[in-house]
Design a protein around this ligand. Structure first.
Ligand SMILES: [Zn+2]
Length: 186
């Protein structure tokens, strides 16, 4: 009956304030979960409290107050090629918390399955030479492939924690079916 089937044991359902892990509860990460999942009334922000890394996918929308967060959107919430922007949000933007939000049915999983469509699309829609489109795909697909949404977000969280030891990083998953955020069990 569960909409997320095999992923269920890896996710923490946030249906009440008490479901938010104590480490996150009184932090911008807890407030994000409160705003988006629990209908927490919006606070007023003059500056950002949080950096959110999430996928560029069009099926997702966060319920959050104005000014609350910097948001970097990339395929698969992959921040490996956004390092300078992450550093900027931390140093100049002064955020101490990162919410890294993957989602199910992500287009960055098994990119190779869409190789033909990708190349065809660039030729048809953008006017590229087929050879250039093929090279482009072969060069970039391995860099942007994430394998599995949950494992990837966990590995990205681990990488960011190593890079920025004083910053708290919370791995999450957004479920397309119910538009809710789940903490990923670690
Ligand atoms: Zn995605």
């Amino acid at each position: 009956m569960c909409i997320f089937g095999a992923m269920a044991h890896r996710l923490i359902n946030i249906a009440r304030e008490e479901d938010i892990l104590p480490a996150y509860r009184d932090t911008p990460i807890g407030r994000l979960l409160g705003y988006h999942n629990l209908g927490r009334p919006f606070d007023t922000y003059d500056s950002a409290d949080l950096l959110i890394g999430m996928c560029m996918d069009n099926r997702k929308h966060l319920n959050i107050p104005d000014n609350f967060a910097f948001i970097i959107r990339t395929g698969g919430a992959n921040l490996r090629y956004s390092e300078f922007k992450v550093s900027y949000a931390i140093s100049v933007g002064q955020v101490r918390h990162i919410a890294l939000i993957g989602h199910n049915h992500c287009g960055m999983v098994n990119i190779h399955a869409r190789k033909g469509q990708f190349i065809e699309g660039l030729v048809e829609q953008a006017g590229w030479e087929r050879e250039k489109a093929e090279e482009h795909f072969m060069h970039y697909a391995p860099l942007f492939e994430i394998g599995n949404e949950i494992d990837f977000v966990l590995s990205e969280a681990a990488r960011l924690r190593l890079s920025y030891p004083k910053v708290r990083v919370a791995p999450m998953l957004y479920l397309i079916e119910d538009n809710r955020l789940y903490l990923i069990r670690e």
